[in-house]
Design a protein around this ligand. Structure first.
Ligand code: SAH
Length: 215
């Protein structure tokens, strides 16, 4: 792909996001800056600018760009925020968050994906992301509390440890529902006392699984 073709593709990509209802200028700018092709391999990299989920290593998927954008908007990331993402996958969503937040921690249960995501972050010179191999259902107690938490795998309920690691006033966005069914994207706000829940839209994510994967 020539530079001119890439520029044309990225223009169309941003136009498609707008037409899907993405309005936040900061989110659109982040999506314009981060090249999704860097997070994909082989034949699929050619389709990086299509608004569709695509396969990555370890039988996982890179999310649909418009879903990445809408989840990022819902998270209301502020420049000083410390963000936790559960489910690094390709690393694309974490890279978008890194443009909007002070620091991003992202955890993944497949070590292969952690290694590939780290390589992509290095290639793009993204130095405010820490990518770790861990079972994200337990969060990252050493780094808690977080201002924002984004879960990119579906849980039957928002995991308790993540609720606890959210700062008062903080926001968590998490797909909730049984795997292989349509799930609901839920926005959780931690209040002085208790939590507030808002249901955003139907989504479909791979399930949040327990423990580390073998690869
Ligand atoms: N955010 C990713 C897409 C997420 S796909 C991107 O931008 O490409 C969901 C990912 O969550 C998968 O890679 C899966 O391995 C991971 N995952 C599932 N359960 C997990 C858990 N308990 N801890 C950490 N990662 C988990």
């Amino acid at each position: 792909m020539t530079d001119a073709e890439r520029a044309e593709n990225i223009m169309r990509f941003i136009y498609a996001l707008r037409s899907k209802g993405v309005t936040d200028a900061n989110v659109l700018r982040a999506m314009e800056r981060i090249d999704r092709a860097v997070f994909m391999r082989g034949v699929f990299a050619e389709r990086a600018y299509e608004d569709t989920p695509l396969p990555i290593a370890c039988g996982q998927t890179i999310s649909q760009p418009s879903v990445v954008a809408l989840m990022t908007e819902a998270l209301e990331v502020t420049p000083r925020a410390k963000v936790l993402e559960v489910g690094t996958g390709s690393g694309y969503q974490a890279a978008i968050l890194s443009q909007l937040a002070r620091r991003v921690y992202t955890v993944e249960r497949h070590r292969t994906l952690v290694a590939e995501a780290r390589a992509a972050f290095a290639k793009l010179d993204l130095s405010n992301i820490t990518c770790l191999a861990a079972d994200g259902s337990f969060g990252l107690p050493d780094q808690a509390p977080f201002d924002r938490i984004l879960v990119t795998a579906a849980a039957e309920d928002p995991p308790g440890p993540l609720m606890q690691q959210l700062r008062v006033g903080g926001i968590m966005v998490v797909p909730v529902g049984q795997s292989d069914h349509v799930q609901s994207l839920i926005k959780v706000r931690r209040l002085e006392k208790g939590y507030d829940y808002e249901e955003l839209r139907p989504v479909r994510f791979v399930p949040l699984l327990e423990g580390m994967a073998r690869d």
